[in-house]
Design a protein around this ligand. Structure first.
Ligand SMILES: C[S@@+](CC[C@H](N)C(=O)[O-])C[C@H]1O[C@@H](n2cnc3c(N)ncnc32)[C@H](O)[C@@H]1O
Length: 213
């Protein structure tokens, strides 16, 4: 499935990105074969992008909203410095079980903790600051996730929010589905927030990077 980038450009981009590990390729195959909405998986280009973000920022404490089958968590874990850790939030037991199996097989059980339950509650229970936050769970809660983590970013901490172009539906004024309205509201919220600096990238379905001003 393609989102905002034309299919052939997307394929070219994926073909010129370091290929996923065998484990991630098998995880993607199983996700497509057994889980609903497999297009939620970040995949080759965005997975490598997230890995690069963790690598480049040196993020030690990572928080993810939306584990799904674990592709993005496992991608980011590969770039964690020694002692680094990812807390990832997932509400669906079936998704969490698939992710946990691959996390164990990857040897990352000590680097990634899946928190099963509504992410708003999980983030309240977690303590401390975050160096890198990936927001990729239910769209109506994006503003809540953002507001929960912004005050808890470390000094050079970053937020990456996924799907902010929502397959281009953000531009269609007639389109008023819950997801579209939520993503538009999130994008406006960030744009009008003088506390932050942001950049919206056209990677996959749109990724907005945010830091404190
Ligand atoms: C777009 S997928 C995440 C994709 C994942 N980051 C990846 O790269 O494969 C969104 C996930 O968020 C989960 N989710 C939805 N609402 C949630 C909530 N309130 N709390 C925690 N997870 C939630 C869904 O079950 C789904 O697995």
């Amino acid at each position: 499935m393609t989102f905002v980038v034309p299919e052939e450009i997307d394929a070219y981009s994926a073909g010129h990105t370091t290929a996923p590990t065998d484990l991630l390729a098998r995880l993607a195959d199983e996700t497509r074969a057994t889980l609903d909405a497999p297009q939620m998986l970040t995949g080759t280009v965005e997975g490598r992008f997230l890995e690069f973000m963790v690598y480049a920022t040196g993020a030690k404490r990572v928080l993810e909203f939306g584990t799904f089958s674990g592709y993005s968590s496992i991608s980011m874990a590969a770039a964690l410095p020694p002692g680094g850790h990812i807390d990832t939030c997932e509400v669906d037991e079936k998704h969490a079980a698939v992710a946990q199996r691959y996390i164990d097989e990857a040897g990352y059980s000590d680097r990634i903790t899946i928190h099963l339950g509504p992410a708003v509650e999980t983030v309240e229970r977690l303590e401390g600051e975050f160096d890198f936050v990936f927001i990729d769970a239910d769209k109506p809660n994006y503003v809540n996730y953002y507001e929960a983590v912004l005050p808890r970013l470390s000094e050079r901490g970053l937020i990456a929010a996924d799907n902010t172009l929502w397959s281009g539906r953000v531009l269609d004024e007639a389109e008023q589905s819950e997801g579209t309205v939520a993503i538009r509201a999130f994008n406006e919220h960030v744009r009008s927030d003088s506390r932050v600096v942001s950049v919206m990238l056209t990677i996959r379905d749109g990724v907005t990077l945010i830091r404190r001003a």
